[in-house]
Design a binder for this molecule. Sequence first.
Ligand code: TXA
Ligand code: MG
Length: 326
Amino acid sequence: MTTDLTTEISLAGEAELGRAARALAKGRLVAFPTETVYGLGADATDADAIARLYQAKGRPAFNPLISHVADLAAAEKIARFDAAALALARAFWPGPLTMVLPKTRDCAVAELATAGLDTIAIRIPSHPVARAILNLFGKPVVAPSANISGHVSPTTAQHVESDLAGRIDLIVDGGPVDVGVESTIVGSFDEPMLLRPGGLPREAIERVLGRALLRPPVDVENDSAQPLAPGMLTSHYAPRTRVRLNATEIAPGEALLAFGPLLKDAERAVAVMNLSLSGDLNEAAANLFGYLRALDARMAQTIAVMPIPNHGLGEAINDRLRRAAA
Ligand code: TXA
Ligand code: MG
């Protein structure tokens, strides 16, 4: 992989948003904030740009990308919506929901972005910077999380820089993101399925659908070559330090990732970061990836993680922590 690009970082002002859109039009790789995590954007219709995007992330090309669009009209040009998908679009877009839908016949998104599948993952992000870039660019933008494949997703422009400097053209800095975990992915609408828990709680989706979301068949969660949502591979979201879940005490040499009131022996930890002292799951999601990166840098023997309830954003938090511990 060449790492000889000069990666520019700019604050998200009006001129920079225009520059970002023009860079995408030239086939360049542009990182920008969405409400969930920072994305690494490329023109979804440009196979060369997408090939370089896979290369910059070190991502296997059989793992398809999410196409980001500005509005529902743009989404309907590339995917077919049934009644349930439309209901979810109306309820939750723009926002942290991705839907996997059948491609339209004249879908302009490059085959490479969908890994040859006849379905496409789509999302309309709500972050003002992402929306401005999508509106100015006027075409779908593929944007995986802007990290080296397998690393923890970036929630600040500095995280993007530390993973991808020299590999991409531009980083638009819009400050820290709001949600902090990736979008929730739903697919297969005759049998609606939760392909990845994320920034939109399952409960909210089930209320609109009026039915429970199925779990994907067991085999897709394992490391098969053709997973339904390959981001679900267990090795994803990994810090270098070992992660121990559901910790109720601290062993010597461990760092503590806390949630709620601290453990009695917390002062024994080599470092302590609290996802949310008050036990707020939204606050915990926003802090999760940044705190994992920070504790990873402390070179502790293990990161011990206190138990986190599994409702609301807790489902996505526990999912990412299980993968980090795998
Ligand atoms: O919040 C997010 O979704 C962020 C921001 C930047 O939008 N993006 C993101 O992208 O998390 P990425 O590439 O890290 O994760 C996309 C996931 C992967 O697990 C991929 O396998 C799955 O979506 N995916 C994409 N197309 C699919 C398809 N046609 N069928 C099933 N899964 C698909
Ligand atoms: Mg990712």
